[in-house]
Design a protein around this ligand. Structure first.
Ligand code: SIN
Ligand code: MN
Length: 220
């Protein structure tokens, strides 16, 4: 059952069941062997993020002293990013209501103490396409506000298997992760083998994004 948290901000609790979460984790484990997680750095200061990242898809979002950007290759290996996992791509087709495919799938890996400050996803030209978030592993407290940084905020718990569509009037809302919550509902915890990229108490979030402008439909 979908819940509209705000116009265009649609929460799908438990969108991926335990089997789908395990299958997505398997697909991700294969992708991460090709595109190993790395520690991004803040623009200018070079301060490390507390979250580790990698990407799948033709483009990947990266951050370092030179700034935020999308690029077609892994910043450390120089290799193209691997394909977006099939289960994540299927979720885009089912939930994003977007005529064009996603081009980037940012993979955020949270240790139990990691967090992500309030920010906007605004490095994409296709702001008419939503961002689709899928969560695995530990639950987390997701904070969301408005278009201005100082707008009031609320929080919602994202559990493993949850999908969140960030689109329409909410596409540019500020959001972040206050904290990863202690283990409790992590269905992958009960399954063996547990993927190495998701140790106990850790969280993984995927965000699928359309980056370049969506081509206009061909004239009939
Ligand atoms: C993000 O904003 O890139 C990630 C949000 C999340 O981890 O749920
Ligand atoms: Mn974001």
């Amino acid at each position: 059952m979908a819940v509209a948290l705000a116009p265009g901000l649609i929460h799908h609790p438990g969108y991926l069941d335990g089997d789908a979460q395990a299958a997505l984790a398997g697909q991700l484990a294969a992708a991460l062997r090709l595109a190993p997680p790395y520690t991004p750095r803040m623009p200018r200061t070079g301060r490390p993020f507390s979250v580790r990242m990698t990407n799948c898809g033709p483009l990947g979002w990266v951050s370092d002293e030179a700034g935020y950007r999308y690029q077609p290759t892994h910043p450390e290996t120089g290799e193209p990013w691997p394909a977006i996992p099939g289960i994540a791509r299927a979720a885009w087709d089912a939930l994003a209501r977007c005529a064009a495919p996603p081009e980037a799938c940012l993979v955020n890996l949270y240790a139990p103490t990691a967090r992500m400050g309030l920010h906007q996803d605004r490095d994409e030209a296709a702001l008419d396409a939503p961002v689709l978030s899928l969560s695995l592993g530990a639950a987390a407290l997701f904070r969301y506000g408005g278009l201005r940084r100082g707008d009031p905020t609320r929080s919602v718990r994202l559990d493993p298997g949850d999908a969140l569509v960030i689109g329409g009037p909410s596409r540019l809302m500020h959001h972040g992760i206050d904290r990863v919550l202690p283990a409790g509902t992590d269905l992958l915890a009960a399954r063996a083998p547990r993927p190495a990229f998701l140790p106990a108490g850790g969280r993984c979030n995927l965000t699928l994004r359309r980056v370049t402008a969506i081509p206009a439909p061909a004239a009939a």
